[in-house]
Design a protein around this ligand. Structure first.
Ligand code: URA
Length: 208
């Protein structure tokens, strides 16, 4: 399938500019990352199926609609946490799982140190969330772990991607669509996305 959706919306461009600016402080950065998470959610959910449900308005009976499938949000620790609140505000019934990864110093491959998912994950739409799609190594590993639960409808959600990361997800998980707020030029020699926004985790949590 190899689907890539880069959101094209003035509000997202405006907020991404605040996020990218190195003079933006921790509070505003954190708020804007969460808000963009919420805005992206509209696009991710566009093809969600609904089931009819009869309800009564104060005036009469009428047909309404409910989401058919449950939603599970899976942030990759720790930067993924920054987008969760914004997504959860839009889909408050979603459950939240977590994946924690670290990079093995010898193999340089991501290793799992933590994973916890709700039981319903297998039959749910799963949103794997990580703001920066850089090499794609962590995202590919997190998707692999989510797949091992039996989940089949998995979508990747991020803020900024680059060709290297998109290529890797498309190669390893071609059926997983990628939703991004922006697509940047390339990775530099230190593994940062250019122009990017710096280290997202550090900027979210004020660790630098
Ligand atoms: N992770 C980040 O936080 N920033 C990058 O540019 C790449 C990976």
């Amino acid at each position: 399938m190899n689907k890539l959706v880069v959101l094209n919306h003035p509000l997202i461009d405006h907020k991404m500019t605040r996020i990218r600016d190195k003079h933006t402080g921790t509070k505003e950065f954190r708020e804007a990352v969460s808000e963009v998470g919420g805005l992206i959610t509209y696009e991710i959910t566009r093809d969600f199926t609904t089931v009819k449900k009869m309800i009564e308005t104060p005036i009469c009976e009428t047909v309404g609609y409910e989401l058919e499938k449950q939603i599970v949000i899976v942030p990759i620790l720790r930067a993924g946490l920054g987008m969760v609140e914004g997504i959860h505000n839009i889909i408050p019934t979603a459950k939240i799982g977590h994946v924690g990864l670290y990079r093995d110093e010898v193999s340089l491959e991501p290793q799992v140190y933590y994973s916890k998912f709700p039981d319903i994950i297998k039959d749910s739409v799963v949103l794997v969330v990580d703001p920066m799609l850089a090499t794609g190594g962590s995202a590919a590993k997190a998707i692999e772990i989510v797949k091992s639960t039996g989940a089949t409808d998995i979508r990747y959600v991020g803020l900024v991607g680059c060709p290297e990361g998109v290529k890797r997800i498309h190669a390893e998980h071609p059926e997983v669509p990628i939703y991004l707020a922006a697509m940047d030029s390339h990775l530099n020699e230190n593994g940062y996305i250019v122009p990017g926004l710096g280290d997202c985790g550090d900027r979210l949590f004020g660790t630098k």
